[in-house]
Design a protein around this ligand. Structure first.
Ligand SMILES: Cc1ncc(COP(=O)(O)O)c(C=O)c1O
Length: 360
């Protein structure tokens, strides 16, 4: 495989031997550079001897209870559904709401593409809307134009992947005002733990008030458990019941359940992760700007950037030749979405990108 044949989504294990010898670095999937939560790892080790036993329903209930309690004392397990990764949670939402061939979704074009892929496979209609061409904000009137009488789902990703930009509480209220009550609004909060903007929305009161709203979160990023597959949704009990109705038994393995329970108590790892991310994001933004890149302000654990003159693919290929995996941003040709690493990883990225830009 030549470097130009590299397809986004590859992991280090997929690289050809000549690149694997170069201490590969992947900054492409918004993974936690500090590794998994140590408390989660200990819980996994402690459970290994009982892998011959099926996971108990009780354990799943406990995790739902613990997730609810970690967010608000007004939430209970009846407000939580868990899945094998946030992607499975989104799949449950889609399967439980797109129940006829005509049931449609209104989806942003420059955002996380899972629901688009799901609907593409199932044949359900998708009505796309574009984010703002300059600042990637969501326009309520464009969302409204994408909603038809057949629409069952509207998706908002906040902070938005791949742009890192966010919608304020006021903007989300405006969106909620135009989504009909019988249409489920999904507010994907996969990166919420990295947010420090004071005007970011807190939608728990809306959930508690019974609004047709579904908040999605994941253990993959903040707790560094991407490979274990664990995510959850927060919604009014009636929505949770409907979404959970499509699950099969034992869809989450026991190690994920015990790790999730332990991770929720790992405040230290969470705080180190947030601090590393904030410092790395600031440093990378300054360095990339100095290299002639435009960097968008991010509330997540990645940044979106583009060079003034050098095409994104040339940078991606040049970095790949040095065994650094970054990826183009979905829906945004000529932009790179770069995950924040450790200080050493960030420094290597900048050193390598400087060399790449000198060569093109
Ligand atoms: C916006 C968004 N939603 C959902 C997910 C899915 O998360 P998980 O890895 O838990 O399936 C991701 C993962 O990158 C994401 O970026």
């Amino acid at each position: 495989m030549s470097t130009t044949e590299y397809k986004p989504g590859l992991s280090i294990e997929d690289l050809p031997p000549e690149l694997r010898q170069k201490a590969p670095l992947k900054l492409a999937s918004n993974e936690n550079p500090l590794g998994p939560s140590p408390l989660a790892l200990q819980a996994i080790r402690d459970s290994l001897e009982t892998l011959n036993i099926y996971p108990s329903k009780q354990l799943e209930w406990q995790l739902r209870q613990a997730i609810a309690a970690s967010i608000s004392d007004q939430l209970g397990p009846e407000h939580i559904v868990i899945g094998s990764g946030g992607i499975e949670v989104l799949e449950f939402v889609a399967r439980s709401h797109l129940t006829t061939p005509h049931a449609a979704s209104a989806l942003p074009r420059q955002s996380f593409p899972f629901l688009a892929r799901f609907s593409g496979r199932s044949g359900n209609p998708i009505h796309f809307f574009d984010l703002d061409e300059v600042d990637f904000s969501y326009h309520p009137e464009r969302i409204a134009a994408a909603i038809t009488p057949e629409t069952r789902l509207v998706y908002v990703c906040n902070p938005n992947n791949p742009t890192g930009t966010y919608s304020t509480a006021e903007q989300v209220q405006q969106i909620m005002a135009i989504v009909p009550n019988d249409v489920l609004l999904i507010h994907d909060e996969a990166y919420v733990d990295f947010v420090d903007a004071p005007d970011f929305p807190d939608l728990l009161p809306e959930v508690l008030a019974g609004k047709n709203l579904f908040l999605m979160r994941t253990f993959a990023k903040i707790y560094g458990l991407a490979a274990l597959r664990l995510g959850f949704g927060i919604a009014p009990p009636a929505v949770i019941e409907r979404v959970a109705g499509v699950k099969r038994n034992f869809h989450i393995n026991k190690l994920a359940l015990v790790a999730g329970l332990a991770a929720l108590n790992d405040a230290e790892h969470r705080e180190r992760t947030v601090a590393n991310n904030a410092a790395g994001k600031q440093w990378l933004t300054a360095q990339l700007t100095q290299l002639g890149c435009r960097v968008w302000p991010s509330q997540a654990n990645f940044v979106l950037f583009a060079h003034e003159t050098v095409p994104a693919q040339a940078m991606i290929d040049g970095l790949m030749a040095q065994a650094i995996i970054v990826r183009p941003a979905f829906g945004l040709d000529n932009h790179i979405r770069l995950s924040i690493g450790t200080p050493e990883q960030n420094a290597r990225l900048i050193e390598s990108l400087t060399a790449v830009l000198q060569q093109v």
